[in-house]
Design a protein around this ligand. Structure first.
Ligand code: TYM
Length: 334
């Protein structure tokens, strides 16, 4: 049995990048008979960036409804909210005490924040909370607590999975073989989905297309993806085009090859956008309908999350943490 685990931070509305990078491959994996899936809402991670309680709550509901609308079957999948499993926070401390501080200094998100401060002539750590610095340790606890074998994520998360391996290995070395070292899993045809401005689609850049935007809004947003100014009939460079990368993330290999050909033959940008819009809408429209029905019944979702967490604690997290506490020399819980 292979354990697949992944999470989404509840800091905003889920977007197409989350869908193609993590949700779609994770749901596909969960349908395979030899896979045990762990999919969760990373609400503790959200607190690093979002200090508005109502927004964290809303996002948690939206992301939960999104997982379900995209086909997650709660009977087959461990589906839970990170903060409902206090063993994750406890393991975070055990890992903190083996994690090299120098490794955390090199984490991309933290380094980017320091670099911004330097560019603005501020102190290195001005305005940076320690949660941002510790982010990779919390994420390692998410993964190692459940001994995940594979973690499907977008490219931006690769470094974090490498850190989880590093911390897990140090712990194993000191205290015995307790943790499985996880492998990262990247959907090759997706790599990184670009946003409206051509940079990586990200909540932090405000360039996202919400997964469940209405049909009209989806169309408007897709038509606002930036392109160069090549006229209809002029050959266009597929590999340098955000629009093409987008198309590839949603289309089959054949369709992608045909679109590449159309680019070479000078398809008009408007026409390419129309085709992209239709391709995405065909896939998303049925999910959107289910999402609307689910989000209208938050109490059902809440129940599923609580039940999922209670079971998971009892069956996996609590006994495993007892073993880890003993391994490091803390008093065994009776
Ligand atoms: P988050 O919430 O930023 O993103 C969720 C998932 O979506 C992927 N993703 C993308 N993939 C392709 N193109 C994009 N433009 C794009 N934007 C986002 C992300 O790579 C991610 O897979 N730290 C994680 C959440 C987390 C987690 C974990 C993941 C917490 N604990 C344990 C895996 C295992 C995060 O903030 O993802």
């Amino acid at each position: 049995l292979v354990r697949v685990l992944t999470g989404i931070t509840t800091s905003g509305t889920p977007h197409l990048g989350n869908y193609v990078g993590a949700i779609r491959p994770a749901i596909a994996a969960s349908r395979s008979a030899d896979v045990e899936s762990y999919y969760f809402l990373a609400d503790l991670h959200a607190l690093i960036k979002v200090q508005e309680p109502a927004r964290v709550q809303r996002s948690t509901l939206e992301i939960a409804a999104t997982w379900l609308a995209c086909g997650l079957e709660p009977e087959r999948v461990r589906f839970y909210r990170q903060s409902d499993i206090p063993e994750i926070t406890e393991l975070t401390w055990l890992l903190t005490c083996v994690a090299g501080k120098g490794i955390l200094n090199r984490a991309h998100a933290y380094k980017a924040a320091v670099d911004r401060n330097r560019a603005e002539g501020e102190d290195d750590d001005a305005g940076i909370n320690a949660g941002l610095f510790m982010y990779p340790v919390l994420m390692s606890a998410d993964i190692l607590l459940f001994n995940a074998d594979r973690v499907p994520v977008g490219r931006d998360q690769i470094q974090h999975i490498e850190m989880a391996r590093d911390f897990g290995q140090r712990f194993n070395h000191l205290y015995g073989e307790h943790f499985t070292l996880p492998e990262v899993e990247i959907e090759e045809r997706v790599a990184t989905l670009p946003g409206l401005d051509g940079r990586k689609m990200s909540k932090s850049y405000d360039n996202t297309i919400p997964l469940f935007a209405s049909r009209a809004e989806l169309k408007k947003l897709i038509f606002s993806i930036i392109t160069d100014s090549k006229a209809p009939g002029e050959p266009k460079d597929a590999d340098g085009s955000a629009l093409f990368q987008f198309y590839r993330a949603f289309a089959s290999e054949d369709e992608t090859a045909r679109m590449r050909q159309a680019f070479a033959e000078g398809i008009a940008w408007g026409e390419a956008k129309q085709q992209l819009f239709e391709r995405i809408d065909v896939e998303v429209a049925p999910l959107r309908e289910r999402y609307e029905a689910l989000i209208a019944r938050p109490e059902v979702i809440e129940r599923q999350l609580r039940d999922g967490a209670a079971q998971l604690r009892q069956q996996v997290a609590t006994p495993f943490l007892r073993r880890l506490r003993e391994a490091v020399g803390l008093r065994e819980l009776s």
